[in-house]
Design a protein around this ligand. Structure first.
Ligand code: F6P
Length: 363
């Protein structure tokens, strides 16, 4: 069947529009009917005017825009079976048998669950007379392909998620800007960056800005980090450096799993070194603005590959995720990637830092 729908879900990310554009245009080129599902899973649950046909021109002039033109949401309704039941009915009504979901970890996990439940959802819809047996027969298979759109780069199986590169550009621009004022006043700046439980943004930002110290969730600092941090900052000042930059990932933790916050780091520096210290929380600036060239290309390649994967897959194929492996777009089983991503979270919850780092390395 050649009817497919595309939607973006969870936190938006720069480059999602490039992916949406590629999905729509490649699908139309291949003779498919394409729908937008607006506002992520919420739009799928609510149906109605949230599910509209896409045209070639509806994705014109969007490749350079940040965010997602079809909206996104973190949907609570879809987490309940009742919500997924409504979503299934809306897809059957529009005769949609193929889905492209562009989102992060949680969104792709939701897609995996939806696919596993699909038959039972349809059976329930027949038994409560929402759809006919004939409709069930026609729609008994739902094919799903996932694209990883998230600034966090926290999904196992892909080298880079759509949006990460642009977020890094935002972060680096901000740090460069801070450095000039920090230099003038001989100040120390603590920059808090996003990434949820993944330290990728913080780590790359630290490496590329010559930061003096970085706190990331996967490698909690030694128990005496306060002493080590102060020694390092002092060393740099003694060597003639006029400023210090410290990057704190929003998910940073100590070896007991307790959060390390920017405020806490500031207090350590002020109490021990009496340095003039400021905090800058970059927040959603990191997710905003235009996508980088890399993210435009990544989104476009992933979107095109997603449509090809759907068209080439058997009706009963398991969901796959389009990943970047080196410079290649590859198709991996969605279920395995979700499982591996969950294992990282489990290893971190169990304070098995070495395993968490190994698993992240694998991804
Ligand atoms: O997952 C992307 C992300 O930006 C995380 O880095 C951050 O923790 C979270 O989303 C913020 O979520 P919200 O936009 O709902 O505040």
């Amino acid at each position: 069947d050649r009817t497919l729908a595309v939607f973006t879900s969870g936190g938006d990310a720069q480059g999602m529009n490039a992916a949406v554009r590629a999905v729509v245009r490649v699908a139309i080129y291949l003779g498919c009917k394409v729908y937008f599902i607006k506002e992520g899973y919420q739009g799928m649950v609510d149906g109605g005017e949230n599910i509209v046909e896409a045209t070639w021109s509806s994705v014109s002039s969007i490749i350079h825009q940040g965010g997602t033109i079809i909206g996104s949401a973190r949907c609570m309704d879809f987490k309940e079976r009742q919500g997924r039941l409504k979503a299934a009915a809306n897809l059957v009504e529009k005769e949609i048998n193929n889905l492209v979901v562009i989102g992060g970890d949680g969104s792709l996990t939701g897609a995996d669950l939806f696919r596993q439940e699909w038959s039972s959802l349809l059976e329930e819809l027949v038994s409560n007379k929402t759809i006919s047996q004939e409709q069930l027969d026609k729609h008994k298979n739902l094919k799903i392909v996932g694209l990883v759109g998230s600034i966090d780069n926290d999904f196992c199986g892909t080298d880079m998620t759509i949006g990460t590169d642009s977020a890094l550009h935002r972060i680096i621009e901000a740090i460069d800007a801070i450095v000039s004022t920090a230099y003038s006043h001989q100040r120390t700046f603590i920059m808090e960056v996003m990434g949820r439980h993944c330290g990728y943004l913080a780590l790359v930002a630290a490496l590329t800005s010559e930061a003096d110290y970085v706190f990331i969730p996967e490698i909690p600092p030694p128990d005496d980090w306060q002493t080590k941090l102060c020694k390092k900052l002092e060393q740099e000042r003694t060597a003639g450096q006029r400023l210090n930059i410290i990057i704190v990932s929003e998910g940073a933790i100590d070896r007991n799993g307790k959060a390390i916050t920017a405020e806490q780091v500031k207090k350590v520096i002020e109490d021990n070194l009496h340095q003039d210290t400021r905090i800058t929380v970059l927040g959603h600036v990191q997710r905003g603005g235009c996508p980088s060239a890399f993210d435009r290309v990544l989104g476009s390649r992933m979107g095109a590959e997603a449509v090809l994967a759907l068209m080439e897959a058997e009706d009963t194929a398991e969901p796959c995720v389009i990943s970047l492996d080196g410079n290649q777009a590859v198709r991996l089983p969605l279920m395995e990637c979700v499982k591996l991503t969950k294992e990282v979270a489990k290893a971190m919850a169990e304070k098995n830092w070495q395993r968490a780092v190994e698993l992240r390395g694998k991804s």
